[in-house]
Design a protein around this ligand. Structure first.
Ligand SMILES: Nc1nc2c(ncn2[C@@H]2O[C@H](COP(=O)(O)OP(=O)(O)O)[C@@H](O)[C@H]2O)c(=O)[nH]1
Ligand SMILES: [Mg+2]
Length: 644
């Protein structure tokens, strides 16, 4: 097992980091509570941060023409510890069924779910069928019995025979299918449309999802795969055969499905030259093989416009064998160790950096605001102490300080009232934003698009219905952005008005950031257009595919709308948070100070005894600051990453 540690270790370390961070957020929450700083907005904000960490997932898609070794590579990378091949991988055009591998963290079970290919005949999109367990055949998997698990998983590659007409109806290109062995008039089609596999596995348990995809010819008949699943994967691993390099159909996949500007892929795109073992043992010798591989690697990098370090030569099959036979030399030769390093450092590492960067920065900012306020409190205590402890201070001087403190308190109290009413104003401004873009309005747009399409089932009808939908949505978005900018300006001027007293520390308004959702919407439009125009997409022939396509686009758009609504719901309450927090804290400090001073003056207290009490308070404050500093150190990015 020793050589397979990198990947699992990285995932494990990240998982530990997340747990620690959640624990530290909870500590921070308690600290805020202790210091009477835990406002409702802050509480909500912290809860959201925790949710982001808990729900964090990473999808790596394996893409390429059939028989490039995608499934074998997944076996070698993730399941070689099982001592045998787990997912079915065979010569020929075997698995044409897209497969998702993950661990179901809610059900906490291992299972296989198969969606029959016949469901393609209905108008229901994959997206909807996901929520219909009756549509799937479910098989329980026993993670302790590898043999039986592999046997169950072999079903993913099952085929059945169909007439040529049936196959065409199901969206298959005749030329890509094998004839049925018993009846030359019939062809073999995959029995399943989609497979979902939940396996208890250390890496999957920690939120990694793997998407194993079929070759090019199958990409056109499943809109969700092309329009949603592939583009939203955080990383793509593109499989090529080392002896062939980039063929024409490889290039088509790369250009149309991977290397597009409208996809996420934030954790990277990588090319794998698989099957280098077919170049081994050449009569011309090792050196010759080595330089041949190097040449293919250079060519591939150039053709795909990737860096050399992003193109890796491996042998998935030999890598898997090496693990099964425990052959270290073969494993080295297979290049699998380097690939594991790539996955763990470049893909997982990059992903961690993305999720952690924003979160850690946010927490550190909140905490440093708190610290700055406590430090201001310290300075104020110090000057009070100085007065009380000085020789010859009389009660009148203390009374003067009490009076000044009261005036300051009044000032901050009034400001807090103003800010609270500004906050109410912002929240009603949020109502305005919500009215421009809301889920009901979106459903009306979607419904109208559906009706338009029903009156004209043609590609031209589809084009005009799609354009209509995106145009009203973009129009709504543009109005929203204009209104959003107005709201942000309001917030900006509130900050400016109140920034005079916060010392040298500039408080920053929380930005609304709606632009990213408009970008997501435009990206979706680009992807929809490309799928629509793709001659392989078969949209021209099949009304039900048009319907599935529309459902996919609508549910993707709906997701964007809901994400936007989340921001609109959250932002108005949060925009003034730093300023409110600061003012609240000042007010609180001055209130305590004033009460204390008044007490000294009115009750004729001994100044020295009071000073001694105050010293104790100052020490308590020191202690709180030390805790805060420790917390700040604990809000660190995960091991091995740096903040951007
Ligand atoms: N020689 C060799 N064959 C491989 C390698 N990787 C996969 N194969 C074989 O190529 C065939 C197709 O592999 P598979 O994983 O099913 O390809 P997929 O269609 O891309 O998922 C199978 O027979 C594999 O055993 C490799 O590294 N070397
Ligand atoms: Mg496969």
């Amino acid at each position: 097992m020793a050589d397979a540690v990198t990947l699992t270790d990285q995932v494990e370390a990240y998982h530990r980091w997340k747990k620690d961070l959640i624990r530290n957020i909870t500590r921070y929450r308690r600290w805020l509570q202790l210091n009477e700083l835990l406002e409702e907005d802050i509480e909500r904000h912290l809860q959201r941060n925790i949710r982001l960490l808990v729900e964090d997932e990473l999808t790596i898609a394996f893409v390429g023409e059939y028989s490039r070794g995608k499934t074998e590579l997944i076996n070698a990378l993730f399941f070689s510890g099982h001592g045998q091949r787990l997912l079915p991988s065979e010569a020929g055009r075997t698995t044409m069924c897209p497969t998702e591998l993950f661990y179901d963290r809610h059900a906490r079970r291992s299972y296989l779910m198969l969606l029959p290919i016949e469901t393609r005949n209905g108008a229901t999109s994959l997206q909807h069928l996901r929520y219909d367990p009756d549509a799937w055949e479910t098989v329980s998997l026993d993670p302790d019995d590898v043999e039986s698990m592999a046997a169950a998983l072999a079903r993913v590659a099952e085929t059945r025979s169909a007439t040529r007409a049936e196959a065409a109806d199901l969206g298959f290109n005749d030329a890509m299918l094998d004839a049925a062995p018993t009846d030359p008039d019939r062809v073999l089609v995959p029995a399943w449309r989609h497979a979902m596999i939940s396996i208890q596995h250390p890496v999957l348990e920690r939120g990694l999802r793997i998407l194993d995809t079929p070759g090019l010819n199958a990409l056109g008949s499943e809109p969700e795969l092309t329009v949603s699943m592939l583009p939203s994967a955080q990383a793509v691993v593109f499989l090529l055969a080392a002896d062939a390099g980039v063929t024409a159909s490889d290039m088509t996949i790369w250009r149309e499905h991977i290397d597009t500007r409208d996809a996420d892929h934030r954790a990277g795109r990588f090319a794998i030259l698989n099957k280098i073992d077919v170049l081994w043992d050449d009569p011309a010798g090792e050196d010759h093989t080595g330089s041949a591989i190097q040449r293919i690697r250079e060519n591939t990098a150039r053709q795909l416009a990737l860096g050399m370090e992003d193109v890796m030569p491996v042998s998935a099959k030999q890598g898997l064998l090496a693990r099964i036979r425990d052959d270290a030399a073969l494993r080295r030769r297979s290049g699998m160790a380097e690939l594991e390093e790539l996955v763990s450092e470049r893909i997982l590492g990059r992903r961690e950096q993305l999720i952690s960067g924003e979160l850690v920065t946010d927490l550190k900012r909140m905490l440093s605001d708190n610290q700055a306020d406590l430090e201001a409190q310290q300075t104020a205590l110090d000057s009070e102490l100085e007065l009380l402890e000085a020789q010859g201070t009389d009660r009148r001087e203390v009374a003067d300080l009490a009076e000044k403190t009261r005036r300051d308190y009044d000032f901050f109290n009034r400001r807090l009232i103003t800010l609270k009413s500004s906050r109410r104003l912002m929240i009603s401004q949020g109502e305005v934003l919500r009215n421009i873009l809301n889920p009901e309005r979106f459903e009306q747009h979607a419904e109208r698009t559906r009706e338009r399409l029903e009156s004209s089932w043609t590609t031209a009808g589809l084009a005009s219905a799609m354009n209509g939908l995106f145009e009203v949505l973009e129009n709504d978005f543009n109005n929203l952005m204009a209104e959003g900018r107005r709201a942000e300006k309001m917030v900006g001027s509130i900050y400016r008005r109140h920034s005079s007293d916060s010392g040298d520390r500039a408080l920053e308004p929380v930005p609304l950031r709606l632009g990213r959702h408009l970008i997501a919407l435009r990206d979706l439009r680009t992807r929809a257009d490309r799928f629509r125009r793709d001659p392989r997409s078969l949209l021209t022939q099949q009304n039900r595919l048009i319907q599935q396509f529309l459902t996919t686009i609508v549910s993707e758009a709906r997701r964007i709308i809901h994400r936007t609504m989340d921001d609109i719901d959250r932002w108005p309450g949060e925009a003034l948070m730093p300023l409110l927090q600061h003012t609240q804290q000042q007010k609180q400090r001055l209130e305590t100070q004033f009460k204390r001073l008044r007490h000294i003056v009115e009750d004729e207290k001994e100044l020295r005894t009071e000073a001694a009490k105050l010293r104790e308070q100052r020490e308590a404050l020191d202690q709180q600051l030390r805790v805060a500093r420790k917390l700040a150190d604990r809000f660190a990015p995960p091991p091995g990453t740096q903040l951007p």
